[in-house]
Design a protein around this ligand. Sequence first.
Ligand SMILES: Cc1ncc(C[n+]2csc(CCOP(=O)(O)OP(=O)(O)O)c2C)c(N)n1
Ligand SMILES: [Mg+2]
Length: 575
Amino acid sequence: MAEVLSQLGIRYVSLTPGASYRGIHDSIVNYLGNDNPQMVLCLHEEHAVALAHGYAKVTGEPLAVALHSNVGLMHAIMAIYNAYCARVPMLILGATGPIDASLRRPWIDWIHTAADQGAMIRNFSKWDDQPGSVSATMEALLRANVITRTYPSAPTYVCVDSTLQESPCPEDLKMPDVERYHPVPVQSPSELLVDEIADRLSNAKRPLVLMGRVGRNEQAWQERIQLADAFGTYVLTNIKDGSVFPTGHAANPIPPMNNISKAGGRLIRNADVILALDWVDLASAFRQAYGTDPVDAYVISCSSDFVLHNGWSKDHFGLAPTDLAVATHPDALVAALITKAKKTDSSERWDGDSIELDERANFEDDGQIMCSTLARSLREALDGRSATFAALPLGWSGHDLDVSHPLDYLGGDGGGGVGYGPGGTVGVALALEGTGRIAIGILGDGDFLMGSSALWTAVHYKLPLLIIVANNRSFHNDEVHQYRMAVMRGRPIENRWLGQYIREPDPDLAAIARSYGLKGYGPIDDPSELTDVLAQAIKEVEAGAAVLVDVRVGVGGYPGEEMIADRGGTAKKVN
Ligand SMILES: Cc1ncc(C[n+]2csc(CCOP(=O)(O)OP(=O)(O)O)c2C)c(N)n1
Ligand SMILES: [Mg+2]
């Protein structure tokens, strides 16, 4: 079984150890020599999965993740959901105590054996199996590899009986020819379909492309630029998807959005042909742009995401009106479309003068560090170096995101599960090793505190990275929700902090980082110091260190606050 993993070319297996997979563990160490895959030890299963998630975002390749029976899988579940919603490949190895009850050790093997562990994650994994023999396990690993890598990707899970792991291999066991089991390649769209879409775009007066979940390679990036230029389209992007189109390009005047901004909504509403490239939650984008009016643009939607929709999680989102559906990878459609381009003058875009930009949500404030101040200081401190933002905090505005390469920013956690940031950033650092790019995770304090022990792994494996905590000393996103409730119910908004503030005591984030072997700076609350501290941290990261900078940030302009019209209240203030 270890041999199959090795031949699949899976470079690392992230794990938190457990007796249920002690057989495979031993084979990886003493049969494979802890190489290909090499173990990456994590202090929590949620981090092992987040690490593989971050790695896959950079490389498009799955890591293996080994999870102990029952409890290890339970610890990992939220992170698996994040990875599923992010549509990243991942080969998860589970284990169970002996299915043959007569072989169970007292107590522990009984509580760590379950009839169907896959059931715990079947609603948000792409395929799972609990094979009954060594050869069936080898086949299951091959299938798990094929399925997880086939577009659209999502984690697969193979649960291996500990008895199978620990018994001698059958004498007649044959190794499968791994070379003959490949992921299903993306199908190019038919010539007819491509012609029709090219005609629609060419004849459109106001074409718009919604750049959603697209590939992260440089060729596809260039082809998207060619598409926008050759067909004279505008482009919209979403801050959850990572860098998909250069922010400085004339086709892309509106900063990456979280929800559809007013300016983005105007552009959508004015477009007559919309090409959506696997845009996450297209129906809500239309609702935000059109309200209750019918969508009068001709809508072409390119996505194969429906193959993963099973109705359990509503990550299929609303059903968007679609005039032409294309079931392929958006990169394949774009590559085909640019060969059909008829327009040549890319400077002619429709109605360009009328695009008004939205006001900046994340304003700067004298004396306080705001996320915008942090963005500006970080840009100065990086001084042109290549960096990859592995994660951004919830309060980050698209106005503060400049991207010119597909690896500049990798997008959100997928499933909205807080605690992804530290583990995800470590996985990104692992994937970026040797590229010269600096892995940077800018994390909320809540996200950091939930996942902080993931950073030990970075230090242990000598992975340079920079963690910046945008520390508002609160689960602030939910304070905003309490503002809303207060306004809705006429309660005092002053009470919004209860059950939200992470203060008294203020956790010492730099000390936590130092305890895991990172260098730790902060808390920094003086804007005039910030650039120098970040520049120093970056120098240390370049020299190979893992560094954390705790930055105290203000919260003005946090998304959602503008929706709170009336801050008055009537009920009694609670202390
Ligand atoms: C595992 C998990 N628990 C709770 C939530 C609800 N939640 C969403 S955002 C958020 C606040 C996160 O705090 P922090 O990372 O400090 O970001 P901030 O909102 O303060 O910028 C919480 C608790 C969640 N999404 N995931
Ligand atoms: Mg916070």
